[in-house]
Design a protein around this ligand. Structure first.
Ligand code: GLV
Ligand code: MN
Ligand code: MN
Length: 423
């Protein structure tokens, strides 16, 4: 049942409505996980799902799943699931995550409006705390959904502001009754903006995502001796700020030594007491290392550990490190990757295969069912920034390809090809 007609205006209006809850610099939006802004976004979604007549469930980590069975010939079969996340980084755009959720709703609404029948139900999910910038690890809701992180551990996670996941879920009223891990869908497909420059640079509209690179996040706490900036001779300092900056510079160097597709980022650095005339006694920093190649990522981690040991000795500081997230690279289901490509071609759209540099809920869902992703271009490759933008024509293309791919998968025989039925 290819050729579903979607309503782009409805998609854009919903993205605008979500962004308007806490707008930033024109197009941008802030809905940090489990804040009041996140609650407001969830409330909107619940309203939209209710208006569509979906069967809405909220699980114990706050994931929201709306299931459409009314058009299914076999409503009890595992659904084809789509979706993404509604939380943003603090400096978010309006597309990262929200597009995948709003697009999932649109696909269901378009199928329902056309009177389409599917064999299987279709479900749309909004997973809790995909971004991980308030509470690590990222992709927390989908990870718990697939049984990769114990619920109690997730609920006990303390965020950068001292808040606890379980407490915040209760506070915003989104600790649901559905058990986790949740049931494996028949397949999972997520539409997302690329968040990188490749598609725009090559003038290609649809990315058929082959997988997601491995992610390693560490937090380092450097402890030195806070002291007077004027009276303490350089040779006698134990300067946590200087040690942190040496590590940041060393991360750049180790990334170039590992080479290839290795990337590394020091995205958070906090000095204490953070005053002009005081040598910093303490520095808290994060290091984000990613690579599509697991062996190379391990090499980067080993070099980081050596760097930390060396800086601690040279600067006479103590450095404690803690893993915030560690996920191996993921490969998506070949049948779904090809289906995205052939669907794009069938719609007269250009496409190419590419791996994702960003983390996504789909990489967790890939543990329990055949999974794939569809990317659409990001203007100038900018994301995690209010300037994030995707042209309306590209949004339309992405939602239409998603609709066709879901329709095809929803027609699969039982248990279906590939790893369908895996739990
Ligand atoms: C999540 O968006 C990540 O890739 O950090
Ligand atoms: Mn995202
Ligand atoms: Mn993101």
């Amino acid at each position: 049942m290819a050729g579903v007609r979607i309503d782009l205006t409805r998609v854009e209006e919903r993205l605008a409505e979500l962004a308007a809850l806490h707008p930033l610099d024109g197009l941008g939006s802030c809905r940090l996980a489990l804040t009041d802004d996140d609650r407001a976004g969830r409330d909107l979604l619940i309203t939209w799902m209710g208006d569509l007549g979906l069967d809405v469930g909220i699980d114990a980590i706050g994931n929201i799943v709306g299931r459409w069975s009314a058009g299914a010939d076999e409503p009890d079969l595992p659904p084809v699931m789509t979706g993404s996340h509604l939380d943003t980084v603090a400096t978010g755009g309006r597309f990262d995550g929200a597009l995948g959720v709003v697009a999932g709703l649109e696909v269901i609404e378009a199928l329902a409006a056309s009177g389409a029948r599917t064999r299987r139900p279709v479900a749309v999910a909004a997973f809790t705390n995909e971004e991980g910038s308030r509470f690590a690890p990222d992709m927390m809701g989908s990870l718990v959904y697939v049984g990769g992180l114990a619920l109690e551990v997730a609920l006990d996670t303390v965020g950068i502001d001292g808040a606890r996941v379980g407490h915040e879920l209760d506070r915003i009223g989104y600790r649901g009754a559905r058990p986790v891990p949740g049931p494996a869908p028949h397949a999972f497909v997520e539409l997302h903006i690329e968040q990188g420059p490749v598609l725009e640079h090559e003038g290609v509209t649809i990315g058929a995502v082959t997988g997601v690179q491995g992610i390693s996040w560490q937090e380092l706490v450097v402890t030195g001796q806070s002291n007077h900036a004027g009276t303490t001779p350089m040779a006698l300092r134990r300067d946590a700020g200087h040690a942190a900056v040496a590590i940041a510079a060393g991360v750049r160097e180790l990334v170039s030594v590992v080479g290839g597709r290795q990337v590394g980022t020091v995205g958070r650095l906090h000095l204490e007491p953070n005053l002009v005339n005081v040598v910093a006694g303490r520095a808290t920093m994060t290091v984000d290392l990613r690579n599509i190649d697991e062996a190379a990522l391990r090499e980067a981690e080993k070099r980081l550990s050596e760097l930390v040991t060396e800086v601690a000795a040279t600067e006479r500081v103590e450095i404690a490190s803690r893993s915030l997230a560690r996920f191996e690279p993921v490969e998506f289901d070949e049948r779904i990757v090809s289906l995205v490509e052939s669907t794009a071609t069938g719609r007269g759209l250009t496409s190419r295969r590419l791996a994702s540099g960003a983390g996504h809920d789909a990489q967790m869902m890939a543990r329990v069912c055949p999974t794939g992703m569809i990317f659409v271009p990001s203007r100038q490759g900018i994301s995690h920034n209010p300037a994030e933008f995707t042209e309306p024509g590209h949004l339309r293309a992405g939602v239409e390809v998603l609709a066709d791919v879901i329709s095809t998968l929803a027609a699969d025989p039982d248990p279906g090809p590939g790893r369908a039925g895996a739990r």
